[in-house]
Design a protein around this ligand. Structure first.
Ligand SMILES: Cc1ncc(COP(=O)(O)O)c(C=O)c1O
Length: 397
């Protein structure tokens, strides 16, 4: 598929007149659906004979994912089933010392909380929640003083989302990473609301670990994702979650040689140690097809394409009495626009009213959330705002 900004012709099955819900899930494109079919057909024809081809294709996918986040080497990227598994892999692999402190923020999606809570419980750690980041709507930078104060008290790891799922605040990862580095803390990032549509550079932001699911901004399907592990960090990890493919040459006993079936092989010394068993060929073929378009367009170009769409939505929502929670500083903006409805409008009813009129949005944590991606265009904003005005005049009548 030749991806063109604002062209949704490759998404011909989408029923919504304006699909503004990529922060929840992207509808698979025709290319993604074809990739799934191609994979399953090749297994139908060849059975196990298809495996090697798709395994090699997954290695190329890891190359591309590494490029998308500025990682130096594909060995730093492992394919996992979702963001959660990436967090769990790391939360259970760090050589925690009792009393180690983990810092995160209130308002994080639970994916980036539950595994740290479990690790705290199991390894005797302290999990500190900073107050939810207050989105600066006046152009000020994000206040990182609470983080700096917490780091001065000592911390082993800081866990942040690259983009906050409910407000769309793009976290200043480079500033946070610099603070972590200055205080000797590891930096973990949940990248699912950013990677693909918001530029991320793991080196510039000194990110040690990044987990990301495939079904949102990467435009793949559920059950796919990846985990980045900075190569300098792998030697210190003690993976608790490991499986037969976590070993060096773990599959060697399957290719004809005798006496290769052993249980004493070393665990792999790269992120690949978290590749624990056979994985979803169809799902990762889908992710491969989806990310080919993303790479061709480029996250920075996609991010710029989306901003005028969000500007127009924000103007229209504000005129109807909604309060936008979008940051004023362009550096703190993602591809999400969230707004709080006026007191007389019910949020769930509003989303239903929009959905009935063919406009797909979401309602996380009290916000009406719009999340356009590269196939959206400005004409769809008019459809959405017309639908909103029509619904409002109906409920206020
Ligand atoms: C910030 C964030 N992290 C994680 C997830 C999902 O995690 P997983 O891929 O494990 O389902 C979501 C949304 O579903 C999210 O918004």
């Amino acid at each position: 598929m030749n991806a063109r900004l604002g062209d949704r012709s490759g998404f011909d099955a989408v029923q919504a007149r304006a699909y503004f819900n990529h922060a929840s899930m992207s509808p698979p494109s025709r290319a993604v659906r074809a990739a799934v079919l191609e994979t399953i057909d090749s297994y139908a024809a060849l059975g196990a004979g298809a495996w090697m081809h798709w395994s090699e294709r997954r290695a190329l996918l890891r190359d591309r994912l590494a490029r998308l986040i500025g990682a130096r080497h594909a060995d730093e990227v492992v394919l996992v089933p979702n963001t959660s598994y990436g967090v769990i892999d790391i939360a259970t692999a760090i050589d925690w010392q009792s009393g180690d402190r983990i810092i995160t923020w209130a308002g994080e999606f639970p994916t980036n909380v539950t595994p740290w809570q479990r690790a705290a419980d199991r390894f005797g750690l302290e999990l500190e929640f900073l107050p939810a980041p207050c989105v600066p709507t006046d152009g000020a930078p994000l206040d990182l003083e609470p983080l700096a104060r917490a780091l001065r008290r000592g911390a082993r790891l800081v866990a942040a989302s690259a983009v906050q799922f409910q407000t769309g605040l793009r976290m200043p990862l480079e500033a946070i990473g610099a603070l972590c580095a200055a205080h000797g803390a590891l930096f973990f990032v949940d990248g699912i609301q950013a990677v693909g549509a918001v530029p991320i550079d793991v080196d510039a932001a000194r990110i040690d670990f990044l987990a990301c699911g495939g079904h949102k901004w990467l435009m793949g399907v559920e059950g796919t994702g990846f985990l980045y592990v900075r190569s300098a960090r792998t030697a210190a990890l003690r993976p608790l979650v490991a499986g037969w493919l976590s070993h060096e040459d773990g599959a060697a006993f399957l290719f004809g040689a005798r006496d290769e079936l052993r249980y004493d092989r070393h665990l792999r010394g790269t992120a690949q140690v978290f590749d624990v068993g056979v994985t979803s060929s169809t799902g990762f073929a889908a992710l491969d097809a989806a990310t080919a378009s993303l790479e061709a367009l480029g996250p920075a170009v996609i991010h710029s394409h989306v901003q005028p769409i969000l500007d127009a939505l924000e103007r229209g929502l504000t005129a109807e009495g909604f309060r936008s929670v979008r940051a004023a500083d362009p550096e703190l903006r993602s591809c999400i626009l969230s707004a709080i409805p006026p007191a007389d409008l019910d949020l769930a009813d509003c989303a239903r009213g929009l959905s009935d009129r063919g406009i797909a949005v979401a309602t996380p944590d009290g916000h009406l959330r719009f999340s356009p991606h590269w196939p959206n265009d400005l004409a769809q904003v008019d459809l959405a705002l017309d639908a909103l005005r029509e619904w409002i005049s109906m409920v206020r009548r």
